[in-house]
Design a protein around this ligand. Structure first.
Ligand SMILES: [Zn+2]
Length: 242
């Protein structure tokens, strides 16, 4: 794991305020019985889009919070009567960044989300971390790490991998409202997942409230969010985590 976690004393109020809004979106997801992950996209100090996990509601496994927020920034395609693959973004002149690629060759990156910052309660998964890079996100702040599916250090570092030349790297830092993000997930996993093919009885589970420090302890895995009683094998989540 290679997450960059910022200590609480170094977190500034403006970032925490935006993360509070992301936590509210996570609460909304929890109320809707979705895996509780929420996010906001911020540009010029203003929230330009909000998102939360809607994979069950939309019957769409890609509708993670980040994609839910991202679609608010896409061109309105509601006039289309049939699904069509259209170019999602039309890069403008100032959406283009250049950099030196291999052998000194100049690369041109289209970065329509240049200047946009993502605040999300859980570290973006591999899919979302890649998507954020492809649209040229400026920076990502997250709550807790995702050591099963994390794409910004939890499993792989898609945000900064220099071998990926399709888009510029972006910084990603975690630890912002980490405890709140973890408690959201625990509250979800302690309840029965009625959307699973075979809902598991979890009436013997107790909601843990103590949260280990980031260092030296490893970040919690989705399985540990579920507060599995001691002595029983850890079960994989009934639904995929972000
Ligand atoms: Zn995701």
């Amino acid at each position: 794991m290679d997450n960059t976690m910022i200590p609480r004393e170094e977190q500034t109020d403006d970032h925490l305020a935006f993360m509070d809004e992301a936590v509210l979106m996570g609460e909304e997801a929890l109320a809707a019985r979705e895996i509780p992950v929420g996010c906001v996209l911020v540009h010029d100090g203003k929230i330009v889009a909000r998102g939360r996990n809607r994979t069950n509601e939309g019957r769409n496994a890609t509708l993670h919070a980040e994609f839910d927020a991202l679609r608010h920034l896409l061109p309105d395609r509601s006039h289309l009567t049939t699904p069509q693959l259209t170019r999602p973004f039309t890069p403008q002149a100032d959406d283009v960044r250049t950099a030196s690629g291999e052998g000194g060759k100049r690369k041109v990156w289209h970065t329509p989300l240049k200047g946009v910052v993502l605040y999300v309660t859980v570290e973006p998964c591999l899919m979302c971390a890649s998507a954020m890079r492809q649209v040229g996100i400026e920076k990502v702040f997250y709550g807790c790490a995702n050591d099963r599916f994390g794409g910004t250090g939890g499993v792989q570092s898609i945000h900064s991998d220099p071998r990926l030349l399709y888009a510029p790297p972006y910084p990603a830092v975690g630890g912002y409202r980490r405890e709140e993000a973890i408690m959201l997930l625990r509250r979800f996993y302690i309840s029965e997942n009625t959307t699973a093919p075979k809902p598991k009885k979890k009436s013997n589970r107790v909601l843990k409230t103590e949260i280990a420090e980031v260092t030296p302890s490893p970040s919690p895995s989705p399985a540990s969010f579920a507060s599995t009683p001691v002595g029983t094998p850890k079960l994989a989540p009934a639904v995929p985590l972000v």
